[in-house]
Write a protein that binds this ligand. Structure first.
Ligand code: PGA
Length: 255
């Protein structure tokens, strides 16, 4: 059975004190559940403080990006090893904001996945179509192309350490959510492609999160879909009272 992963992507929000306060708010209320992993992904400058607040708890730490090289003259960048050094377990790669605003390509995401796996970080690889692409009937093609490019050359064993996050770009930060049926259709299609690329055993074990305006009131129905294995949550991860009900919904669905 696949474990759920509920991850909060804080993006470029909060400051040090509010980051630590948010973690305390989560830890006060959240009970551990062996079937639901919860992670938070703060800005890299707060990984240290958030990691210290999380130490010994059931909540995992993740980063929002990394550079593929191990070390060297890459001003302003952060390596996978550095993230591991700060206690990170996960790293979000290829988020649509990075693809759109920073021009990140599938090839770059691919290089980052290899670099992350090499230092035993678990990548959360994001894919998703724009509204224009959906309306043109190209959702499956776009998502499959992104996956083929981003996951190129991985072995089944390497893929077994990768989490995917399907995030339709039109649903991110817009308040518009894919309906459970729309999301499930794409998740099922992704799993079919994984069978083709990596075989049935790996495909059936891969965690595929949904992301895009996930909130307390839509989490339960989305997470109830057979191929949706968690959520990557932006806006609603910035307040304990918004994020906790999503984690609780996941725990209820997994019972
Ligand atoms: P959102 O962001 O929940 O604010 O839509 C999700 C994401 O970008 O990961």
């Amino acid at each position: 059975m696949r474990k759920f992963l509920i991850a909060g992507n804080w993006k470029m929000n909060l400051l040090r004190d509010s980051s630590v306060a948010l973690v305390h708010g989560l830890l006060d209320e959240l009970k551990g559940d062996p079937n639901v992993e919860v992670a938070v992904c703060p800005p890299s400058v707060y990984l240290h403080d958030v990691g210290a607040a999380l130490r010994g708890s059931q909540i995992a730490l993740g980063a929002q990006n990394m550079y593929p090289a191990e070390e060297g003259a890459f001003t302003g960048e952060v390596s996978g090893k550095m993230l591991v050094d700060l206690g990170c377990k996960y790293v979000i790669l290829g988020h649509s904001e990075r693809r759109t605003l920073m021009g990140e390509t599938d090839a770059q995401v691919n290089a980052k996945i290899y670099a992350a796996l090499k230092c035993e970080l678990l990548p959360i690889v994001c894919i998703g179509e724009t509204l224009e692409q959906r309306e043109a009937g190209n959702t499956s093609k776009v998502v499959r192309d992104q996956l083929r490019g981003s996951l190129a050359g991985l072995t089944a064993d390497q893929m077994s350490k990768v989490v995917l996050a399907y995030e339709p770009v039109w649903a991110i930060g817009t308040g518009k959510t894919a309906s459970p049926a729309q999301a499930e259709e794409v998740h099922a299609d992704i799993r079919l492609l994984l069978v083709e690329l990596f075989g049935e055993a790996t495909a059936s074990k891969t965690v595929i999160q949904y992301g895009g305006s996930v909130k307390a009131d839509n989490a339960m129905e989305l997470l109830g879909q057979p191929n949706i294995d968690g959520a990557l949550v932006g806006g609603a991860s910035l307040k304990a009272e918004l994020f906790l009900p999503i984690c609780l919904a996941a725990q209820k669905v997994k019972k």
